[in-house]
Ligand binder design. Sequence first.
Ligand SMILES: [Zn+2]
Length: 158
Amino acid sequence: MSYEKYMKEAIKEAKKAELKDEVPIGCVIVKDDKIIARAHNLRESKQQSIAHAEILAIEKACKKIGSWRLENCDLYVTLEPCPMCSGAILQSRISNVIYGAKDFKGGCIESCMKMYEVAGFNHYPKTISGILEDECAELLTSFFKKKRLINKQKKASS
Ligand SMILES: [Zn+2]
């Protein structure tokens, strides 16, 4: 199934983030069945609070097609988008948002709020959730587990 095919590419991006000791979240943007942008979370490397995978991918996609309008584009991301990214997706007129794991502490598609069910916007992306959900969630769980273990070891040795 193509949803899974592209989510696997987003997962590849998430793994690149993990190699840089970043929270593993990855994103790809697809147009006409082709990946036009890929990015991963770079918040720590850039020390930039807005360097989320989706924002970086949207920037690349706009540059690639030479327009701020990402109509007929699909955004795949491993984690449910936060308020900033849900907003950026809306602003860029992306047609479909496909994500893997839910983010109970920040997701704005279904978890903390349902931004795309708020009336009055001039564009509403369609959303599909739960694609390779376990794999996407496991990336994050194992990352934080490892982090906690390292912190514990640091404390124990100091
Ligand atoms: Zn975000």
